[in-house]
Design a protein. Structure first.
Length: 284
């Protein structure tokens, strides 16, 4: 009940922002419902050309389909976080924009924008942008940044991950541009590149530790864990990481979250020395 009251207060305080937020979640939910019907092989219930789609039904597309779904997670979680005290969760709103930036970069670099930026991603992206512009505290976002808040440990972890992630992104961009197969025609390689960009972006945002950063850190760790587990579950699917890289990816995600939690109350955070402790309420 307390959460519901806070949600209603947030919606009443900024009704237009609340409207766009709810519409965005509804659109994403509708897309998720459609994909769920396809996965259950009930696509015939969908209208028009959607009835012919078969997402999540073919094993060799499984990693591509799931990874595309993972790209949506930061946007959905970031917007859901605004339902409770949006003025304390501006970082979540910024996180919600990162996947769409990742998709845009993949589309531009692969020179196949109309394949990657399809209707099911373009519409939520546009709604998210409008929601962010209407956020009641968007103008105060940069006030929550300071050098003392930056986690050096988390930044180092992001840099370490960025090397293989960028290589992974560039490889998939090259495949999207040059390979003439069904994966490229559906934009799948571009989705994989967008996922890599998203992990880097969310991890970097969490490392800067603006207001609401702990949720961002958990999402940054969750994404590679999900991708690694998917590769373990579907080792023969296209774009599988292989066991070694899958385990390394999962381990990085867990270490990133652990580093965030171990330094959550530190002014100048390192794992060896915590100086200038502050209250959790000021940092979370």
């Amino acid at each position: 009940m307390h959460l519901l009251r806070e949600t209603m207060q947030s919606l009443r305080a900024s009704p237009l922002f609340g409207l766009f937020m709810l519409v965005t979640l509804a659109v994403v939910g509708l897309i998720g419902l459609m994909v769920g019907l396809m996965a259950l092989r009930l696509g015939s219930l969908l209208p028009g050309p959607f009835a012919q789609m078969g997402h999540f039904t073919e094993p060799h597309h499984r990693i591509h389909d799931l990874t595309y779904g993972f790209v949506f997670l930061p946007a959905v979680i970031g917007i859901v976080a605004q339902l409770r005290r949006p003025t304390h969760n501006v970082a979540g709103m910024v996180m919600a924009l990162i996947p769409w930036v990742g998709l845009l970069l993949a589309a531009v670099f692969s020179t196949t924008p109309f394949v990657i930026l399809s209707a099911q991603s373009l519409l939520p992206a546009m709604l998210t942008v409008f929601t962010a512009l209407l956020h009641p505290s968007v103008r105060d976002f940069f006030r929550s940044f300071s050098v003392s808040r930056v986690s050096r440990v988390m930044v180092v972890l992001v840099v370490i991950a960025a090397i293989p992630l960028l290589a992974f992104a560039l490889t998939n961009i090259g495949l999207q541009r040059t390979v003439a197969d069904e994966h490229a025609s559906m934009g799948h390689y571009g989705f994989m590149a967008a996922f890599a960009f998203t992990v880097i972006g969310v991890g970097l945002l969490a490392s800067l530790r603006p207001d609401g950063w702990r949720l961002i850190a958990w999402v940054a760790g969750l994404l590679p864990v999900l991708f690694g587990l998917t590769s373990v579950m579907y080792p023969d699917a296209s774009s599988s990481l292989g066991l070694t890289w899958a385990v390394a990816t999962i381990a990085w995600g867990l270490v990133f979250v652990a580093a965030a939690e171990l330094t959550k109350n530190a002014e100048l955070p390192t794992l060896l020395r915590l100086r200038g402790a502050v209250s959790e309420s000021e940092r979370a």
